[in-house]
Every structure is written in C-alpha cells, then in structure tokens.
Design a protein around this ligand. Structure first.
Ligand code: ATP
Ligand code: MG
Length: 747
C-alpha cells in the first residue's frame, strides 16, 4: 500500500481511533462469472492492501448468487489471480452460497416484522409501478398481504412450488423515495436452476442488495469497499442491517472509482464475448486485460501492483492511459532482467577477413544496473543481423550499417560493408563485410567512429525460436466493438535466432532482447526443442507517435517523414517543404497538414493572426484535427481566431500546455473565448517557485522509496516526481519550473 494516505485509509484511521472497530476486516467479493481483469486487480490491491496495512485480514468471497453464469473454473481463476498478486485470504475461500440458510432466516425475520412482502405483480407492472426519477412510484396491492400469508408463500417459493417470476420477495420501504433503489427493492427471486455449489437445494436466490450486506455482516467485515456504481445501493445496505437490528460492530459501505483503461474493454461480459467469439485465443490471451492474460504475456505482479498504486484511489471515475501500465512493466524489468541478443528478421553477414571462432565474455547487465552475471557469446565468420539494420539507400539520420557507414556489433567488433548480394528478385540475401581486428568492444584502439551498435547472433550457434509479438488488441481508444479490433495485434515470427546462452543457461524467464523490447518464455508452449517467447512490451511507447500516413492519389514526389519514405502529390510536396523548411515544423506534423486541405487552410488562417508556427501547428494537428474527425467542420464552435488566442496565452506563459487541452475541451463545448474560460475557471499557470516548492517537498516526503531509488541512480524517476507535482496542482504548475525545482531538490 502506498505511504500516502488515500481517502479510504483516512476513514479506517478515523474508525480505529474512535473505537468503532478493533480489527480491520475487508473482503474482495467477485462474482465467479468470468476471469478477473486489471479492474479487479485494483480492487484486490485496495481490499487486501488495507487489510495488510492495518494487520487485519481480507476474505476472498465468491458472490455466487446468480447461478446461471457461474462456474468453478472462474473460482479457480480468481484464486489464482489473488495469489499471484501476492495476497493471502486465510484458510478458506468464502462463498455467499454458504450463507443461503442464514440469509433465508433473515428474510423470514423481516417478513415477521412486516418489513418484507411477497409481490405477485408481473414483471412489467413491477417496472411500471416503480415510477421514474421525477415521478413517485406506487405500491403493489400485494403489499397488504398478512404476515401469515407472506410466510406461507415465501416457504412455498423456497420449496419450488411456483414458476420463475411468479412471485418475488420485496422489502417494504418507500415507493416514493428519491433514491429509486429504495422503492421496495427485490430481496429474493425464484430461479429453478442448478447451482454449481448448492446443487438443486434452492429454488429461490437472494438478490445482491440483500445478500451482500448480510454476507459482510456474517463475516464480521468492518469496511465494505466497492465501486461507485453501488453508491445508491448504500441506502438499502444500511436499511437491511438497521431494520434487522444487527448489533455493531457492523460493516459500512464505502465507494471508490472504477478503473478504466483505454484501448481495451474491461467488463467480464465483453471479455466473454471476445473469448467465445474466437477473437482471442482464450481468457489468458496475452492481449486481454485479464490477470491470466498479463501473466501469460510476462507481466510481473510487482508491475501491476505498482500500477494500482501510482494511479491512486479516487472518488471520480476516470480513464487511465494504458501507456501508464506499460511504463510500470518497463520500469520493473529495466533493472531486473538480463539483456540478450535475438534477431527477429535475420540477414546473413559473412565477415570475409575473419577466420575461426571465439567466445566473448559479455555481461548480462549494463554498467548502471547493480547485478552480476555474464555469458559467453560465440563470434564467428558468419553472423546474422536484423534485416532493417542495413540500408542500401539510407535516409538522412540513419545510423546503422550502410555501404558507406560502419557499425558496431554489440559486445564485439566494428564491421563495414564490402558487398551486397541479391537474388533474382532484387532482395538482399547476404552482406559481405570486413571487421576491424583492433576494434573489439572494451579494448578498441581502432579510432573508428560509429553512430550505433546493433545486435547480432553467430550463425553456427544461434538457436531458432518462435517469437510472438503482441500489440494493443483495439486500435480505438474507446473501442465500441469487434470492428475496432487492431488487425495487427498479433504476429508470429517462426524463425527468429537467439544467442545460445538463453536456451542453455536460462538465466531468467524474462529478458530484454537488445533494442527490441522485453520478452517472456511462454509458460505453456515453451520447450527447449521449440522455444517460444512472448513480447511483453517494447522499449518505448510506440503508440504516442503513430500517425495515419496515407499515400496521395497521384504520387509524384517522395519525402522523408520520420525516417520513412512517403509519397506525395506535387502540391502537397510544396506545402510540405514550406512547412518544414520555412516554418520549422517537424516532418510528421508537416505531413499531416500538407495532406489535409481543411487543416492547412485553418492553420494558415490562424498563422495570419499569430506568428507562432510550431505551437499553432501542434494544436491544429492534434486537437483541431480530432474534432474535425468527429464532427463536420461547419459544426465546430471555435474559430481560427480563438485558436490563435489559445496558443498566445500558452506561449506567453499564462497557462500551461496541459491546461490548454482542458481549455480547448471547453471551447469545443461552449465556443467561449479561451481567455474567458481561463478566468472563469481559475486556470492561470502557477510559475512562482515559492508556491510550487512546498508541494514538491510534500511529494518528496511521501515517497522516500522513490527518492532513494533516484539517488541510487534511477534518474528516470525525475519524471515520476514531476508528474506527481503536476497532478497535485491539477496540471496548473509550470512544468519547466517544476522540472528545475525537482532536479534541484533531489540533488
Ligand atoms: P465486470 O463488470 O467486469 O463484470 P463486476 O463489477 O461485475 O465487473 P465483480 O466480480 O462483481 O465484477 O467485482 C468484484 C469486485 O471488483 C467488486 O467489488 C467490484 O467493485 C470490483 N471491480 C470490478 N471491476 C472493477 C474496476 N474496473 N475497477 C475497480 N474495481 C472493480
Ligand atoms: Mg457484475
């Protein structure tokens, strides 16, 4: 659990201080109707985390009151997830079904008190009688039944004398309550179905609102933590326990925000659809946000817990960027796993002036990782390099091997290309190269300058491996259905080549394949004869840069966009040149503008008002373009003048560029002027070090572990601290000032 207090810990603190409870007991109560996902991980982290923090305990309780969808295989998956995340539920897993007899007795008690009745209205009438948010409901005539009649009917419901839906047990509360949940909520319904644990004993099953609070009470739970959608159920929760006169200590319900992540779906129902529809290979498909999927893919429990910790526990629902989760796994593996070489798309290189073979001792870890371990790396005349690490007609900024440009083989020698051999179709089949004997890594006296080092394997000793490359399952940020599935989310490379030590020595199960990303020996399909590795995550976020570059209809000209060659029409090319050469835009931005006549004219109009080419281009290409994608241009509420004004107040430091996004959202909705919005909402940027300083101090104090890690050399954590400060000021702090101050203070 994080050191900083969240609102739930604050409640627990208060309850312990006031003597309301002497022991903290929580529960994680999933319904066993699907595999748990990352949202459940957050709930597990919170419930088990609080219990651990206060030396209490947390029950794992299967909320199995809906027999048609439940199954023991889901129970096993839930147990596995909790255990994998490192938590302990004590002796036994609990089941709501174990409490069915007790819950039944409580229902009898309520009936005897005149607080519950058997209703026999048809389902449609029940719905209609409930009323709406603005109109009161009306009570069913059956509410007048006598206690005796209710007892008799309820018992016969239990015995199975009636059909599904014929009768229902309801609490008698208030059909005019403002909270709709309080309008005589349903307590028990008839269901003639087999229960995976209780068998055929019951023909009636308790509803969530009745079973949950009573199960909590029966288990002695103190803090019943659930997600926000149950906020309105809280009144029913309290009503049941209060009416039954259940003595304290009794549980109280507290709600937190559900976790949502972009580029995926999360509900078990939607996940089940993907599994049953065959869009994925099963509940443990490495592209799914299930715990089983993450586990299979190679995520570590630490990275998931760390993610749950960094996103915090809030009271407002929000969408978390999946790149934050990816950051956590990279951050975890970066200093943990050995770095080895694997060539995914091999191109043969013959080093013509090298004879024989040698073994190079190469460390598994770079200098800044405090871990020991090395392997011997065979080097020989024939090696393989990555096909795209050679380029015959290199674009500007290409730092790897070319006919003119030498390159270093990581841990080994510098080579230069002497000859390119091709097959009849023009495909390169082999490079003939020369090595420089005095350039060996660690004892290089050659004086040759190279711009990069590439990975490679020795042909004679490399092992063939299968590599499974996974990417985001959906290409839409908020996917709506299978039509949004990313067609490139899964690729199998059958004949990748890996250095032998990985297979022979097995220093770990997870690796960094140099320059490729992090990989995991598949826990199911891997064998030494046929090794299989799953890609866990790349070395950097490849999604933040993706743009849709579509070729022009009549490609006349070629230009380089971010190192790739793309085709353009004459007109587009002249705009592109103007934007890159005269206005200093980067090639990606210029490319997007040049291809879209609406965007480019919008841009140029704004540029006439404000001479700030780079900032204007960025907002047009990102924010304005996104709006246009969603709406007709004529439906936009903002104009070029307002966009220029927005950029101006960012440029002059009135607001941060982060806040600018927020202001923009408001402009989209209201069409108001940015200056007005900033004034109304108090969004002016905080640049005064005296105001920012105390916030930084507080964050430094709350995160001693990260401070220690930073001081031990993990400089990446600077970003963490800056992020925390920005977050706690709602994005209003001036990032530049924050950066400088944080760096100063952490020195
Ligand atoms: P789903 O809609 O995915 O089926 P659920 O809420 O029906 O989820 P349950 O099995 O009933 O799933 O949930 C068990 C516990 O996990 C509940 O306390 C629930 O609030 C919590 N939980 C479920 N989804 C999330 C989420 N996305 N973020 C945080 N907690 C969650
Ligand atoms: Mg549910």
């Amino acid at each position: 659990m994080s050191k900083s207090k969240n609102f739930l810990s604050a409640i627990v603190d208060e309850d312990l201080k006031s003597g309301k409870y002497t022991e903290v007991i929580t529960r994680f109560p999933p319904e066993p109707n699907g595999f748990p996902h990352i949202g459940h991980a957050k709930s597990i982290f919170i419930n088990f985390g609080i219990a651990r923090e206060y030396n209490g305990h947390c029950n794992l309780r299967m909320d199995d009151t809906n027999p048609t969808k439940e199954d023991t295989k889901y129970v096993e998956a839930l147990k596995d997830a909790v255990e994998w995340l490192g938590y302990d539920w004590g002796k036994n897993v609990k089941f709501t079904s174990d409490y069915f007899p007790k819950i039944y007795d409580y229902a009898i008690e309520l009936i005897k008190m005149g607080k519950a009745y058997v209703d026999s209205l048809p389902e449609e009438d029940i719905r209609e009688y409930r009323g709406t948010v603005t109109t009161a409901g009306k009570r069913s005539k059956y509410a007048e039944r006598s206690v005796e009649e209710n007892l008799d009917l309820f018992e016969r419901m239990k015995k199975g004398e009636f059909k599904d839906g014929e009768h229902i047990l309801r609490a008698k509360i208030d059909m005019t309550a403002a909270n709709m949940k309080m309008r005589d909520p349903l307590l028990y319904r008839i269901r003639h179905v087999h229960h995976f644990r209780a068998g055929d004993e019951w023909a009636i099953y308790p509803m969530y609102d009745f079973a949950h609070c009573l199960s909590d009470y029966i288990e002695g739970v103190s803090h019943s933590i659930c997600t926000l959608e149950f906020e309105n159920n809280r009144d029913v929760y309290n009503w049941v326990l209060d009416e039954l006169g259940l003595k304290s200590p009794r549980p109280y319900q507290h709600e937190f925000a559900r976790l949502g992540i972009n580029y995926t779906v999360m509900s078990k129902r939607k996940l089940l659809e993907l599994v049953e529809g065959g869009q994925v290979s099963g509940w443990d498909d490495p592209r799914l946000p299930t715990i089983a999927g993450y586990k299979r893919r190679g995520y570590t429990p630490e990275s998931i817990l760390n993610f749950c910790d960094t996103i915090g526990i809030a009271k407002a629902n929000s969408m978390v960027d999946v790149s934050q989760l990816e950051f956590c796994i990279r951050d975890d593996l970066n200093t943990k796993v050995p770095r080895v070489m694997c060539v995914l798309d091999p191109l043969k290189v013959t080093i013509v002036n090298y004879d024989g073979e040698e073994e190079i001792d190469a460390s598994y870890y770079p200098h800044d990782v405090p871990k020991e371990g090395s392997r011997s790396l065979p080097f020989s005349r024939e090696i393989y390099i990555e096909r795209d690490d050679f380029n015959e007609n290199p674009p500007k900024g290409y730092f790897r091997l070319t006919p003119e440009q030498p390159v270093r083989l990581k841990h080994a020698y510098i080579i230069s290309c002497k000859e390119v051999i091709k097959d009849a179709s023009g495909k390169i089949t082999e490079i003939k190269a020369e090595y420089f004997a005095d350039s060996k890594s660690g004892s290089d006296t050659s004086g040759i300058k190279v711009k990069s080092a590439i990975h490679w394997v020795s042909a004679g000793s490399a092992k063939e491996v299968e590599v499974r490359i996974y990417d985001r399952l959906f290409s839409a940020e908020a996917p709506e259905g299978i039509e949004d599935i990313n067609p490139d989310s899964f690729e199998v490379i059958k004949n990748a080549l890996i250095e032998p030590a990985v297979i022979n020595q097995k220093p770990d199960e997870r690796y960094q394949f140099e320059r490729q990303g992090y990989f995991y020996a598949d826990p199911i399909d891997y064998t030494d004869a046929k090794p299989v590795f799953n890609k866990i995550v790349g070395l950097k976020d490849s999604w933040s840069k993706k743009t849709n570059v579509t070729a022009a209809k009549s490609p006349a000209k070629k230009v380089q966009v971010d190192g790739e060659e793309v085709a353009m029409s004459e007109e587009q090319k002249s705009l592109f040149d103007k934007y890159t050469v005269d206005l200093g835009l980067n090639s990606e931005v210029a490319n997007i503008l040049a291809r879209d006549t609406y965007l480019s004219s919008f841009y140029e109009e704004a540029l006439n008002i404000l001479n700030s080419p780079v900032s204007l281009a960025n907002i047009v290409v990102n924010e304005v373009a996104r709006e246009i994608k969603e709406k007709e241009a004529s439906a936009l509420k903002f104009n070029t003048k307002q966009i220029a004004e927005l950029v101006k107040i960012v440029d002059d430091g009135t607001i941060s560029s982060k806040i600018a996004k927020q202001v923009f959202e408001e402009m989209v909705k209201t069409g108001n002027n940015p200056t007005q919005i900033v004034e109304d909402k108090g969004l002016v940027q905080i640049s005064d070090p005296a105001k920012i300083s105390p916030i930084i101090d507080e964050i430094i104090e709350k995160n001693p572990d990260n401070v220690a890690k930073f001081k031990a050399g993990n400089t990446k954590l600077l970003g963490f601290f800056v992020g925390q400060v920005l977050k706690s000021t709602g994005g209003k702090a001036n990032p530049k000032v924050v950066n400088e101050l944080v760096a100063q203070k952490l020195k």
